[in-house]
Design a protein around this ligand. Structure first.
Ligand code: SF4
Ligand code: SF4
Ligand code: SF4
Length: 463
């Protein structure tokens, strides 16, 4: 069956925008200003004593925008449009600037070693952020969120200074693997047009090293080969290869989700596999947070461990270890065990074969949580614009002087949409198995249905 796709560069104003010298830098500079403003507003701000921490987080502009609006929007954007966020990301911008500065100063910059290129550090950084969310309430405290933004910008600058070739994005970005895993089936993609044009291209502007350090029209700064691009996993949609292609053969394609002609990996790398295992636990925990019954059931074990070991003071950290390590370990022993048993393969092999198709279901569940969060937090935005610190808003709502903003979408509707997302995600996950690992299709169905079933049960508790 012919796959549906449309080259957005055939729309003249869009092509003019992408080829403009200021693209994507002007947009990145704007998001950088927004990041800096939020870091400034949140600097040194802690929740007011006596006010519910979650209510305060919704009322404060910094925690509201970063954790309630931007983060959920990034999840949806990644799944629907690949790494489109990367196009305007301020971290790539500052890292690019510091990489250029270091080069100007004659500093000898290093290439990434194999361990860093594998993505192992990105798993650890994502884990560290989620542990801070659980342990100290990173997402509820504006001062910590401000520190988080400053830390991200500072580390992007330092990495750009020390390493070359967009190293921050390739090895240090805490959401790099999330975007890599969730964005593969996205509907926006940079792809070469005719392969004949690439074969006869003498210039190879998208590849040659002499173009790499230019400001505009660079050969791929991520060291990809744009003329053979067949996956969204590493492409940041920066448009540089489109500008550097003299024969005008690169396309910015709007296409159907998960097209068959994209490359698939039957075995995911270990760092990616571990990331998806970790994400499955984190997303389960996030889904349960929308229902007091489901949440009580999910944290029952860490709460009892805290009681027995008299570690109630560290309950948040224990809940983090439970959600990110112990629960996923048990879950994946069951999921991988089903495959290892029937195919007589090692559990590690089963996990690596399961990882990418399972990522489709996890991303659908993550979208569900993101929808519930975005729609219930968005109503606070007008209040946060007039009272950025949020103290007055939170106190007024807590004392019932003003009503709490209604969610944009009723929780029953959100749970209905979530159910639909999981159904589509499960079907797409099975299709991914057929395309990547056809001989495993039958044994893969059971773990997919088991995970999707778990998520559906939790979502049914929302209403
Ligand atoms: S990989 Fe990370 S740092 Fe790089 S552009 Fe994407 S989100 Fe930004
Ligand atoms: S510059 Fe364009 S035509 Fe030449 S190899 Fe690269 S993508 Fe192909
Ligand atoms: S392939 Fe093109 S759009 Fe993708 S990262 Fe490389 S230069 Fe940017």
């Amino acid at each position: 069956m012919r796959e549906v796709e449309f080259d957005l560069l055939s729309v003249r104003p869009l092509k003019t925008l992408i080829l403009w010298r200021g693209f994507p830098y002007v947009f990145q500079a704007l998001t950088l200003i927004a990041f800096l403003l939020l870091a400034y507003i949140g600097f040194g701000v802690f929740p007011t004593e006596g006010i519910n921490a979650k209510l305060f987080a919704k009322s404060n502009l910094v925690t509201l925008v970063i954790w309630g609006l931007w983060w959920p929007a990034m999840i949806w954007t990644a799944v629907l449009a690949g790494r489109a966020w990367c196009m305007i990301c301020p971290l790539e911008f500052v890292s690019n600037l510091s990489e250029r500065l270091a080069r100007r100063l004659g500093i000898e910059q290093r290439s990434l070693g194999q361990w860093l290129r594998s993505g192992a550090l990105m798993v650890l950084l994502y884990f560290a952020i989620q542990m801070l969310v659980s342990g100290v309430g990173l997402h509820r405290v504006p001062a910590y969120t401000s520190f988080f933004l400053i830390g991200l910008l500072a580390s992007a600058i330092v990495v750009g200074f020390v390493f070359k070739d967009r190293a921050f994005c390739r090895a240090f970005c805490p959401v790099g693997l999330l975007l890599n895993a969730y964005g593969r089936g996205g509907m926006l993609a940079v792809r070469p047009g005719s392969s004949a044009a690439c074969s006869s291209c003498a210039d190879k502007g998208c590849l040659i090293a002499s173009n790499r350090n230019k400001v505009d029209g660079r050969s791929c700064p991520s060291l990809l080969n744009p003329s053979r691009l067949n996956s969204n996993k590493d492409c940041l949609v920066c448009g540089q290869c489109i500008k550097s292609c003299a024969p005008d053969n690169m396309q910015l394609v709007l296409r159907q989700p998960f097209p068959e002609k994209d490359a698939r990996e039957p075995l995911a790398s270990w760092p990616l596999t571990l990331f998806i295992m970790l994400a499955s636990g984190f997303v389960t925990s996030e889904l349960t947070a929308e229902s007091s019954i489901a949440q009580a059931a999910f944290v029952w074990i860490p709460e009892h461990i805290a009681d027995i070991l008299r570690l109630s003071h560290y309950l948040g950290w224990l809940e983090g270890i439970w959600a990110l390590v112990l629960f996923p370990a048990v879950l994946w022993l069951l999921l991988g065990g089903m495959i290892a048993l029937f195919r007589r393969t090692s559990i590690g092999d089963a996990w690596r074969r399961l990882a990418l198709p399972i990522a489709v279901i996890v991303s659908a569940a993550h979208m569900s949580k993101a929808l519930a969060k975005f729609t219930s937090w968005a109503g606070f935005f007008p209040h946060a614009l007039t009272d950025p610190l949020g103290t007055k808003t939170a106190m007024d709502i807590a004392s019932h002087a003003v009503p709490s903003p209604e969610p944009l979408v009723n929780i029953h509707v959100a749970s209905g949409i979530a159910f639909g997302l999981l159904l589509v995600g499960t079907l797409l996950a099975l299709r991914e198995v057929r395309l990547a690992n056809p001989t495993y299709l039958r044994v893969h169905a059971a773990p997919k249905f088991a995970l999707a079933g778990l998520f559906v049960i939790i979502i049914m508790a929302w209403g």
